[in-house]
Every structure is written in C-alpha cells, then in structure tokens.
Design a protein around this ligand. Structure first.
Ligand SMILES: NC(=O)C1=CN([C@@H]2O[C@H](COP(=O)(O)OP(=O)(O)OC[C@H]3O[C@@H](n4cnc5c(N)ncnc54)[C@H](O)[C@@H]3O)[C@@H](O)[C@H]2O)C=CC1
Ligand SMILES: CC(=O)C(=O)O
Ligand SMILES: [Mg+2]
Length: 375
C-alpha cells in the first residue's frame, strides 16, 4: 500500500502521523511511504531520518492526498484537507466529529473511509488510541492550571502545593478516566488537595485503590459539582462519553460562583467541552476570562509537547495502521471489531451512532451500522 503522511496544519501542531521508526516498520512490511517535506523537522524528525527509514520525501501535501491510498495524520483534517480526500482512500487520524458539523459534512462528501483514533476500542473496554494522548493531556492539565493560577497570568496567585503553614490549593477533577487519573497524579505530586468526581462507582473504587486514599473520590451529581467547583482553585474537565458530544456539567451559574482567579482547564474541549462557557482555544492564544475565571480550552494540548506525544501516539497507532495496510482496510476491519469501532464515515455514510445522535437532525443524516456500510 502507498501510505502518505502530510505535515499537520492546525495551529501550533508539530506532531506527525508517523515517526521515522514507524515508517521503517511499514517499509519492512513491503509498503511505500510518502512524507511531506519538513513534516517532522520541528520535533527533530528530519527529512534525512525519514529517508533513512525508507520514506520518499515529497514537496507538497497535495501530492500526498492525490496519490496515497491511506493518509496517516494526527489532528482532524482541516477543510482544505477534507476537500482533497476521495472515495477509495482511507483516512487514519483523530476526527472528533460529534461537535464538528462542518468536518462531518466534508468527510461525508469526500466518499473516503474515515477511521477515528478516538473510537477504536480494546478488549478491556478502553480506547487504546486515545489513551496515550489522554495521558499527556492529563499531565499537562495541571501544569497549565498551575501556570495560569499565577497572578501575572490572570490567576488568583495560588500555589497548588501551598507551603508549610499555608494550606494547598484545591484541585477538582471531573471524570476519573485516563485524563483524570494522570491529572490527579500530577496534582498530588505538587502537593495539592485533590478531589475526583466520576459517575462510575467501580471507577471511583479503583481510584481509591490506585491513590491509596490520598485523593477524595466523590460520586458525580449536580450537587457535588456545585459544591466542589465553588471551593476549587483549579477544575479539570475530563469526562468522556466515547464519540459523543461532551455533557455540559458546569453551567454559567456554577462558574459565576467560583472564586475569582480560579482556573478551568477543559480537556474535554475536543468533544465540545464540558463547561457551558468553554470554546476551543489554541496554543498561540490558550486562555480567556469569563466571570473572573480563567478558561484554558486548547483542543490539541499534546501538540504542546509534540515530540513526546508523537512517539506515544505511534506506539499505539502502529499495530492498527499496519493491519490496515497489510490486509487492506475493509478486511482489516472485518477481522477486528475493535478497529471496526473506529470507522466513523465510509463512502458517504456515517457509521458511528453517537455522531448521528449529536448531528443527525442538524445535518439530516442517518446512522448506518459499520458492517452494513462495508458490505
Ligand atoms: N484537549 C486535548 O488536547 C485532549 C483531549 N482529550 C479528551 O479528554 C476527554 C477525556 O478522555 P479520557 O480520560 O481518555 O476518557 P476516559 O473514557 O478514560 O474517561 C472519562 C471518564 O469520564 C467519566 N464520566 C462520564 N460522564 C461523566 C459525568 N457526567 N460526570 C463525571 N464523570 C463522567 C467516565 O465514567 C470516565 O471515567 C475526552 O474528551 C478526550 O477526547 C484527550 C486528549 C487530548
Ligand atoms: C486527542 C486529541 O484531541 C489530541 O491529541 O489532540
Ligand atoms: Mg466569580
């Protein structure tokens, strides 16, 4: 198969779909790989490293979209990229369609086979291609929160760890999955006072064990959200209903009741955000203030540590990517239900139910089960 890797074009996005090491694996399996010039230069993956791994370096993304049978990316395709996709071509990347009607319509119109990293599953009920970036974003969320709590950055001037004689800052984490767990680790490491809300009791039990009672675990209700957000210095939004638009858990009233200078980090912003006042921001301009509360809503947080993130992402995406290339996308998905769960759009049909639930009425689209679409 001819695999193509264009340079990412989203704001301050320096990750790249394949590392040189991953290119070498594709080549070892008999595939050809085209990489756009300078796709990885910013994070030390030079054209020379890609050439040494067996890639062809090409000058333009246009050539890659025109010739490659499978496009491997990181972020959702931007409109100019969507318009170059075509029937018979496979797109393997993050999509986050539920909050994104424009992209959804463009992918339907393209006729391409679009596999979303974030809905591929594993046998333990996890999301193996989302997990590495959730690990990164969870860890970054507390770094970002601590930064914006500083006075000069708009915050209340609170040190999360406190000092002897002064109580630590309070961190509220809503959603105790991968992002939430990694955020809790970082916050505890700084010495903060950490509370995690989740609506899964089994998950709260696991968290109590993992953290040996060092974090407070609380069942997520409107009342709990109201109480804990009003007292928090930093709130991390880390909920997920796979593939669906994020539920709005903090409303405008809750945010008005927060302490002036407190910080919200809405990691769930890539699925539309879990705070009413969230709107996506970029690494270039990451924060804004509403009701004296600093909002950090960067939709591609791992892009900020693009070298670590690219390697972590490739560790997870490589086996599925190789299966797609080795067997052909259709056969690979028919043989693996977990990869099939990644299929969101195929030849103009939307094959992921939560996307249709979010956008069906607005776009006038209906759901086609993935197996029916492939047959
Ligand atoms: N902004 C960014 O750059 C990035 C964003 N993300 C996003 O972070 C979010 C979280 O991802 P993961 O931690 O991997 O998901 P996960 O599936 O591991 O965890 C989500 C948790 O939310 C809980 N939950 C669901 N509804 C809830 C509710 N109403 N109240 C409390 N808890 C609730 C679930 O029980 C689960 O434990 C996703 O939207 C993901 O796409 C992930 C990586 C990067
Ligand atoms: C998951 C995601 O949105 C990201 O890594 O950018
Ligand atoms: Mg206020």
């Amino acid at each position: 198969m001819l695999v193509g890797v264009p340079k990412e074009i989203k704001n301050h996005e320096y990750r790249v779909g394949l590392t040189p090491a991953a290119v070498k694996e594709f080549v070892a399996h008999g595939h050809q790989v085209m990489v756009e010039t300078n796709a990885g230069t910013a994070i030390g993956f030079t054209d020379e490293l890609y050439q040494n791994a067996g890639a062809m370096i090409v000058d333009t993304a246009e050539q890659i979209f025109a010739e490659a049978e499978m496009i491997v990316k990181v972020k959702e395709p931007q409109p100019s990229e969507c318009k170059q996709l075509r029937k018979g071509q496979t797109l393997y990347t993050y999509l986050h369609l539920a909050p994104d009607p424009v992209q959804t319509e463009l992918l339907i119109a393209s006729g391409a086979t679009c596999i979303a990293y974030e809905t591929v599953t594993d046998r333990n009920g996890g999301l193996p291609l989302l997990a590495p970036m959730s690990e990164v974003a969870g860890r970054m969320s507390v770094q970002a929160g601590a930064h914006y709590l500083e006075k000069a950055h708009g915050g209340s001037g609170t040190l999360l760890g406190g000092v002897p004689g002064v109580a630590p800052g309070k961190v509220l984490i809503i959603g105790g999955g991968v992002v939430g767990t990694q955020a809790a680790k970082m916050a505890l490491g700084l010495g903060a006072d950490v509370t995690i809300l989740d609506r899964s009791l089994p998950r709260l039990r696991q968290l109590d064990d993992i953290f040996n009672g060092q974090v407070k675990t609380v069942y997520s209700t409107v009342d709990a959200i109201e109480h804990y957000s009003a007292n928090a210095d930093l709130v991390v939004g880390a909920v997920l209903i796979p593939g669906a638009a994020a539920p709005k858990l903090l409303n405008r009233e809750h945010i008005k009741n927060m302490k002036p200078g407190s910080v919200l980090v809405d990691v769930a912003i890539d699925q539309g955000g879990c705070f009413e006042t969230s709107k996506a921001t970029t690494h270039q301009d990451p924060v804004y203030i509403i009701d004296d509360v600093v909002h950090y809503c960067v939709a591609n947080m791992p892009g900020g540590v693009a070298r670590t993130s690219t390697m972590a992402l490739n560790n997870a995406t490589l086996p599925f990517g190789l299966a797609l290339a080795n067997k052909g996308p259709k056969q690979a998905m028919l043989e693996d239900i977990h990869l099939l769960n990644g299929l969101n759009v195929h030849e103009g049909k939307v094959t992921y139910q939560a996307v249709v639930e979010a956008l069906g009425e607005q776009l006038g689209i209906t759901y086609t089960p993935a197996l029916d679409a492939l047959r």
